[in-house]
Every structure is written in C-alpha cells, then in structure tokens.
Write a protein of this length. Sequence first.
Length: 350
Amino acid sequence: MNRLHDNQSYAFASDNYSGVHPKIIQALTIANGGHQPAYGADVYTLALQQKIKQLFGEQAEAFPVFNGTGANVTALQALLPRWGAVICAESAHIQCDEGVAPEHLAGVKLLTVATDDGKLTPQLVARQAWGFGMEHRAQPAVVYISQTTELGTCYSVAEIRDLAEYCHKHNMQLYLDGARLANALVAENTDARTMITDTGVDMLNLGGTKNGMLQGECIISMRADTHAAMPYLRKINAQLGAKMRFISAQFLAWLEDDLWLDLAASSNLMAKRLAASLTAIEQVSVTQKVQANAIFAILPANARARLHQQFHFYDWDESKGEVRWMTSFDTTPEQVDAFAAAIRQAIAEK
C-alpha cells in the first residue's frame, strides 16, 4: 500500500490525531501468529487481568472494549437501575460529544450541572441529587466525572474522594471516564491505586487510544456486584472483541515499565511549553488551567482564521473566540515552538 499522507505532518486539534507508539506496534506483532482462544479467553487478556489487579487492587475486573463511547454506555448500564439517572457537568463528554448514545443505547437520562472549569463538587452535585423516592423524577443513581475533564482540568485525589463519599452517602455510585487518566496521574503526581481505589471510585474506563495505542479502552469494575453484568452488557453493546488478544496486548505493552505515564508526561510537558510561550502574547488569553495536555485560549478572529490555514485545531466556543489546542504523546518541542511562532505571526498580520 502506498502512503497517502505526509508522515511529518502534525496538528494540535486532538490527541486522537496522533499515530501509534512503536512499542504498541511491536506488541501487536508479538501477539500475532498462531491461534488463541477468542472473546477474551486468550493468554494476553488473562495477563491483562492480573496487571489491572496489580495496579488497582484485587477487586478490580478488566473488560477491554473497542472505544470510549462504547465503554461509557456499557459501564453506565452496569451501574444504573432502569429508572436511574446520571449527574454530570454540562460540558461532560457524555453530554456534548457522544451524540445520543447515552440516551439511545444506554437509555440514560442525564442531569447536568453548570460548572466553569468542567469539575463537579459535592455542592454542585447536590443541585441535581434530589427527589429520591419520588416516582415522578428520574432517580439520581450515578455521578459521572472525567479525568481529565473536557476543559483540560484535573480532579485532585481529595476532590475525587469527596465526591465518592457524597455519592455513597446518598446511595449513588461514582463513575470516572478515564480517557486521559494517565495525563491526570502525571499532573497530580500520584498513582492509580491512590487516585481510584483508595478514593472509592466504583467503575472507570481506562483510555489508551488518546495516549499512544492503536485502538482500545478498558472498563474496570471495582465492585463485585457489577462484575456479573459486564460480560452480557459488553456483548449486547457490540463491544466484545473476537480477537481480543490484540486489544489486551496493546494494554500490556502500554502499561509495561510505565510507558503510559511516560507518554502522558511528554504530552503534558509540551502543553506547558506551549502555554508558557503564550504568556508574552497580549492578544492571547488562556481561559483554563493548563494541568495536562489541553490549552484553551481566546485570540482574535482574524488570527484564528489565518492559523486554521496552516494547522488543524478546534474552535471551542466561537461566541467567545475560544479555541482548544491539544498536544500528543509524540508532539515535539520543535513542533510546539513552530506552532507558537505561527500564532505570533497570525496575530501580527493585519
């Protein structure tokens, strides 16, 4: 097959634009060849189960799936009674970026809360955590958070613990969408057991696609009472991989020797490098804390238009002139510096 793209190209639109880390490609090659049992009975998936228990605790059960939306839909179904509802931020991924999948596929009612930084607190959750026992209102049963948030911010360990305690006090469960969990662990300088297990998170999605993997996410159930439903829900949501060994092998290589954290640390560092280069540009204002690998900023409309001619990135809120720039595991200092220079040039042009 002929290459159809410039393999030196780069963008700041999404960490999904990036390629695959060479160690992941190598893992797929190692897992290839010969026959292995299908649907997760292979040796790589069994090894992944043990690795997840090592990281998150013996109660953790891993369920590899294809993608983030499928992971969220399947996990929320496992946590919710049929009459239950999910409390989430207005900016949450399940509210803004998954079409009607939560409603259509999972049958979930979303109860949203406005938040300036994408993060929920017990006080904010309380705005929707009411009407328990009232048959006319969908019953709040799960609180959804993401790590990092859709606005690039990170929950601290203490903040997650406070949310989990509030949830459990009100007979709700806490679900964490960890599409960028590695970035948050690095940003908060902690480990998975401290951030997830010790705080009381009930279920999470461990995301690898945005951080060097080819494809694959992994639902991790932290409660024995939800383990039993997961195999069936994964199947009916079309998330059961026949050749699961190729998802699991990627995770094994990704988790080995903390590669996942090293890749996240690199993308976080590049975001901070870009943010630092923007401080001297008066016409650019950063709107959110740069904690992981996302930068949200406002810049003049003409400059945005000129910059779009050279680079892919998203206009986040056109009414405010706000954009989102994402760095990836393979973003280099030279690319960041060239992008910063292009921003300065776009603003300087009349």
